[in-house]
Ligand binder design. Structure first.
Ligand code: PMP
Length: 406
């Protein structure tokens, strides 16, 4: 693999002044020797790295970019608000407009609050649930990612047992384990937090069994716990009304971020009427939570998505991508697994438990100009046209050919 000169120089400088050269999910050295760590621009479904190499983007900024980089409508709203200011002394009126639009779009939402990140949103949901119930325990699925702060972090370093003392774990799609977790919480259960599907890293994605989703709803009702849907990753790609709408299961609180402002820093919490007072009672805030530009982006993004073509477009292009990849793998004699919704693909090779083959394939895809990931789900955007998908497939074909020769 050949990283560019600027990339290599930046990595050297970064290692001096940034711990590890980069951290979190942007520390590409953790997963690849071919993925560039630094990028300088994006346009539609393409991104450009620091060396000027262009890629078809199948990560979409790791989720936020749902309409495409620099979508004209969102870019205009951002530029317009930026020309008048962003961080002001009072909240932008756009917060009211966006809250109204969310309440109109999301059936389980009677109100909305805004923040910056998915972690802000999930943490705020948990705080509201505890305030509402006066209880402490929170049920979390094993391996589920709800953010990178101590109460929910999946990594041990710097996290104390006490930070997670009130978490009770259950197995995704296993209602009996959820019932057992609720029983273990013994009347102290404040909340059940759950993702619309299982999308843990390094494993196949698993759609929610409708009976499991309905069972969690019933369990929350029976125990008086708050059902929190963590729609941070799936939100705005599967169903605008919330990712469990197609299952007919409505949460009490929902956490949103990533795609809701097409790449601007915005998170949201929506909730039911019965939790309005609890939401009012908690003290949650942040210096940038009221900034106007991301709210303008959020309004433009939801307005565009409500026109109704983007989600069906992603379903169509995602289906074509999945079919194309399946055919290519077959023709090269590889057995692969593609799981979860087509708008959020992930691909693993059979028997490749350490993802070495998958990593080699992902690196070959990058070298052929398609930016995707070996063990984190990818994301499609509405900017990926049918022609873009065909072009992506000619490049992934080359990637399969490369690993077939190895
Ligand atoms: N919940 C889920 C399901 C997520 O996928 C993420 C981010 N990957 C988060 C919460 C945390 O969001 P953020 O990184 O914006 O804090």
């Amino acid at each position: 693999p050949t990283l560019g000169e600027r990339e290599l120089a930046l990595r050297t400088r970064a290692r001096r002044v940034i711990p590890g050269g980069m951290y979190g999910h942007m520390a590409v050295e953790a997963f690849s020797t071919a993925h560039p760590q630094f990028m300088v621009s994006g346009d539609g479904c393409r991104v450009t790295d620091a060396d000027g190499r262009e890629y078809f983007d199948l990560m979409c900024g790791w989720g936020p970019v749902v309409l495409g980089h620099r979508h004209p409508g969102v870019a205009a709203a951002v530029a317009d608000q930026l020309s008048r200011g962003d961080c002001l002394d009072g909240t932008s009126p756009l917060a009211v407009e966006l809250a109204e639009l969310l309440v109109d779009t999301v059936p389980s939402a009677d109100w909305a609050m805004f923040c910056k990140n998915g972690t802000d949103a999930t943490t705020t949901c948990v705080t509201i649930a505890r305030a509402a119930t006066g209880r402490r325990k929170v049920m979390v699925a094993n391996g589920a990612y709800h953010g990178a702060v101590p109460w929910c972090s999946l990594r041990g370093a710097g996290v104390t047992d006490e930070d997670q003392a009130h978490l009770v774990h259950f197995e995704y799609n296993d209602l009996a384990s959820a019932e057992a977790a609720a029983a273990a919480a013994e009347g102290d259960l404040a909340a059940i937090i759950v993702c619309p599907m299982r999308h843990d890293i390094r494993r196949d994605q698993e759609l929610a069994d409708p009976a499991f989703a309905r069972g969690l709803r019933a369990l929350a009702d029976r125990t008086g716990a708050v059902l929190i849907l963590d729609d941070v990753r799936c939100g705005y790609r599967l169903d605008l009304g919330g990712s469990w709408e197609p299952l007919g299961v409505r949460p009490d609180l929902a956490a949103w971020s990533k795609a809701i402002a097409n790449g601007q820093a915005l998170g949201a919490v929506t909730g039911i009427e019965a939790l309005r007072d609890a939401a009012r009672s908690v003290y949650v805030t942040g210096s940038f939570w009221y900034a106007a530009v991301p709210l303008a982006a959020g309004l433009a993004t939801l307005t565009e998505l409500r026109k109704g073509t983007a989600l069906p477009d992603m379903a169509r292009t995602g289906t074509r991508l999945r079919e194309g990849l399946a055919a290519q793998a077959l023709s090269h004699g590889f057995q692969i697994r593609q799981t979860g919704p087509v708008q959020m693909p992930v691909l693993y090779f059979a028997g490749d438990d350490d993802v070495r083959l998958g990593t080699a394939w992902a690196e070959a895809a990058v070298e052929n100009g398609v930016y995707l990931h070996p063990w984190h789900n990818w994301f499609l955007s509405a900017a990926h046209t049918d022609d873009d998908i065909e072009e992506i497939l000619t490049r992934t074909e080359a990637a399969f050919a490369t690993v077939a020769r190895m």
